[in-house]
Design a protein around this ligand. Structure first.
Ligand SMILES: Nc1ncnc2c1ncn2[C@@H]1O[C@H](COP(=O)(O)OP(=O)(O)OP(=O)(O)O)[C@@H](O)[C@H]1O
Length: 369
């Protein structure tokens, strides 16, 4: 398993660096292990990074440390190539040129939309000496950017959850920061709003050229909108790569499990190929490896189902979910337990099937034992 310092972060080096973390460790008092442990990463200009991982792996702590709400014990952080913490620097959050969007929107209930958006600018105006007119103009621009023209005088209680999150985004963008941090920005929204707002947030950030880091524990969300995904586990970044690379070549069994929700079966190398409980798997279908045994990863869409008479069948369809374009089936296998397959083919619960494996061109990953 790679350690934080070994995780490759070469992909962002072609873009000019907006944020850099070097071996950053943060441990809360009374905690036995660090919440973030020697995390290094680099974020390029205009890049959108997802921090993905299970509950408690350190995503929010990492975001809060970048924002300046937490002070790490060791390591350093630089924004626009200037140290903001470590290396003798200790720049407070309000002077970090970073916009923040919280999960619960954190709007002021007694302020209108335009005053909520302008609030941060007033605070900043101490440094930038903006006039009230300039503040209003910038706030108005940000409101237009998030598609809320006409809502300027409304109060938060008279807005939907999605509209409130747009206000929060406008407030973060109004000072035109080079980096926007978003902590589970869509998790309080219902599924329809969530699906379109996440795409919109991506295109708004891309439109203004801002870099972004967002926290999520939803792997589909991370893969759908991020340019790169950092998968975290126990305070460390276990893999930092494009969504495609994470999906096709997960660096560990943990990542494969968490991100792809694939099937895993034990496999042993033999002269004919890989022996498994599901039968022989052709060696040419498996990604090159020197291992003689391991766990083979079969993505749900790589299992193809063929109806067979019940006598011959090793697998029975025991559950079915209609997903719109396709079905997700749960199949029972006498020794392998449950398997899951996604396909457009229609079967009924109780049908008996045989499976064949048709991997994507990059092959089936095998995690050595
Ligand atoms: N203020 C705090 N004091 C002490 N321990 C904390 C504090 N905040 C977080 N922790 C601990 O640090 C670890 C990382 O927490 P963090 O909130 O960063 O994880 P997370 O990945 O964002 O989790 P979630 O997805 O549940 O929000 C956890 O073990 C958590 O209990």
């Amino acid at each position: 398993m790679p350690t934080a310092s070994q995780v490759s972060d070469s992909k962002s080096t072609s873009l000019s660096t907006v944020l850099e973390l070097h071996q950053v460790t943060k441990q809360y008092p009374q905690q036995k292990v660090p919440a973030i442990d020697r995390v290094s990463l680099r974020l390029g200009e205009g890049e959108l990074l997802a921090l993905l991982g299970p509950s408690g792996c350190g995503k929010t702590t990492l975001l809060r440390t970048i924002a300046g709400f937490e002070t790490p014990e060791s390591g350093w952080i630089a924004l626009a190539q200037q140290p903001v913490c470590g290396q003798g620097a200790a720049i407070p959050p309000e002077r970090r040129d970073v916009g923040i969007v919280f999960q619960d929107y954190a709007l002021f209930p007694h302020l209108s939309v335009i005053d909520n958006v302008g609030f941060g600018l007033k605070h900043l105006s101490r440094h930038r000496r903006l006039s009230p007119k300039q503040i209003r103009t910038l706030a108005q621009e940000a409101i237009c950017l998030v598609g809320l023209e006409g809502f300027e005088q409304r109060y938060p209680h008279a807005l939907s959850g999605g509209q409130q999150q747009r206000v929060a985004l406008a407030r973060a963008l109004a000072p035109r920061p080079s980096l926007v941090l978003l902590d589970e920005p869509f998790s309080n929204l219902d599924v329809q709003v969530r699906l379109y707002l996440r795409q919109e947030v991506r295109s708004i950030l891309k439109g203004v050229g801002a870099s972004g880091i967002f926290v999520t524990h939803d792997q589909q969300e991370a893969l759908a909108i991020a340019d790169r995904v950092a998968v975290m586990r126990a305070g460390q970044i276990e893999q930092l790569a494009s969504p495609e690379e994470i999906y096709e070549q997960p660096a560990s069994r943990f990542i494969a499990d968490f991100v792809t929700q694939a099937n895993f079966i034990e496999a042993h190398r033999s002269e004919q190929g890989w022996q498994t409980e599901l039968g022989l798997v052709d060696g040419a279908l498996v990604q090159p490896t020197t291992a003689s045994a391991g766990t083979l990863m079969l993505r749900q869409e790589e299992l193809h189902l063929k109806p067979v008479a019940s006598d011959d069948a090793a697998l029975v369809i025991c559950d079915r979910e209609f997903l719109g374009r396709e079905y997700k089936y749960t199949l029972t296998h006498p020794t392998q337990g449950n398997l899951q397959a996604r396909t457009r083919a229609r079967f009924a619960i109780g049908d008996t099937v045989q499976i064949s494996i048709q991997p994507n061109p990059i092959g089936l990953p095998l995690f050595a034992q």
